[in-house]
Design a protein around this ligand. Structure first.
Ligand SMILES: N[C@@H](CCC[C@H](N)C(=O)O)C(=O)O
Length: 329
């Protein structure tokens, strides 16, 4: 029998599939099909999920494994920050190591265990890289501009400015006084349908600055829709914040980023350019259930016979959020 894990980082919900336990790894078509089926709200008793995190072996130096992220719509993304924290925990527990690297499609990333956030709420710190603002890396097409940096784009929305950053998955960021969820949803949908600007879609984040090193970020994700939290989105937003709002940024302490699913911290070390800056994302890596099914059923994305065994971690995570986050909206 094969085990899957139900995991979340700030309630960004995933299934972790360790392909090293299979006699035959799933093909890319099978992985895409599995994500589209298992992430549906009523597919399991666990509710909807945002994607499937696939763990493979790797021969890259210092890497304990490779992580791929398949979005709920079956598309593959270049990176997943919240997911990387949960895969860090998975590989840390499997190997009994606390500091190592994980291979991702664009880069081998440094990860480590962090102090627990609360009893039964383990936390992990992950590097977010590579970083680029080059329009060609997003890709973004806007009047042949090389970058989009804190700029009005009336084609997106009036009265807001936008910054585009790849980490390396694409993010469009806008700082606002108060998040207008309907406007975020509308823009997210438009830029993830065929459009002339983001031809491969984009994750769209609106952010409120709530004080020095304190943000609230909400994201409409490519391949998913609204998420409770987007780790790469909160990291890219933290970088944009540090560059655009130096008076509200204290480089000596982490940034607290609230989100609809809880709270994370980011560390931003500004370089001369965005690309030479360094980003780290720190937050929970929570396992809420173990799932068991046959390898044949997994290949066929047949989850009708899956056995779900919940853990006790969600109550601990919710208690942590209630004690530390006075109001998320
Ligand atoms: N939730 C993730 C990002 C997942 C990928 C994204 N939907 C994309 O297509 O780029 C995160 O925590 O970073």
């Amino acid at each position: 029998m094969i085990n899957l894990l139900r995991a979340h980082g700030s309630e960004n919900q995933f299934f972790i599939l360790d392909q090293t336990q299979l006699s035959t790894p799933l093909t890319d078509t099978e992985l895409s099909h599995l994500a589209q089926v298992i992430c549906q709200p009523h597919a399991t008793s666990l509710g909807s999920a945002d994607g499937v995190l696939v763990v493979n072996t790797t021969t890259h130096p210092d890497c304990l494994g490779e992580m791929r992220i398949i979005n709920a719509d079956g598309s593959e993304a270049k990176m997943c920050g919240n997911g990387l924290r949960t895969v860090t925990r998975y590989l840390a527990e499997k190997s009994n190591q606390t500091q190592f690297k994980i291979a991702t499609p664009f880069m081998d990333l440094a990860v480590e265990q962090a102090p627990d956030l609360a009893p039964n709420v383990p936390a992990f710190s992950v590097q977010i890289a590579p970083i680029s603002m080059a329009a060609s890396d997003l890709p973004l097409h806007y009047h042949d501009q090389a970058v989009l940096n804190d700029q009005a784009v009336p084609e997106f929305l009036p009265d807001q400015t936008f910054t585009a950053i790849a980490v390396p998955n694409p993010h469009l960021i806008s700082f606002v006084d108060k998040i207008d969820e309907a406007a975020l949803g509308q823009l997210g949908q438009t830029l993830n349908a065929p459009n002339p600007h983001f031809t491969e879609g984009v994750n769209v984040s609106f952010a409120e600055i709530r004080g020095t090193n304190h943000l609230f970020v909400q994201t409409y994700e490519r391949g998913v829709g609204f998420t409770n939290a987007c780790g790469t989105g909160m990291s890219a937003t933290s970088l944009a914040f540090a560059r655009q709002f130096p008076r509200a940024f204290d480089p000596t302490t982490p940034i607290t980023v609230q989100n609809p699913g809880g709270v994370v911290q980011t560390r931003v070390h500004l370089g001369k350019t965005a690309a030479t800056s360094q980003l780290h994302l720190i937050g929970n890596g929570t396992f809420t259930a173990r799932l068991t099914l046959s390898e044949t059923a997994l290949h066929q994305a047949d989850i009708t016979q899956v056995l779900v065994t919940p853990t006790t971690e969600e109550a601990a995570y919710q208690a942590f959020v209630a004690s530390t986050v006075p109001a998320t909206k």
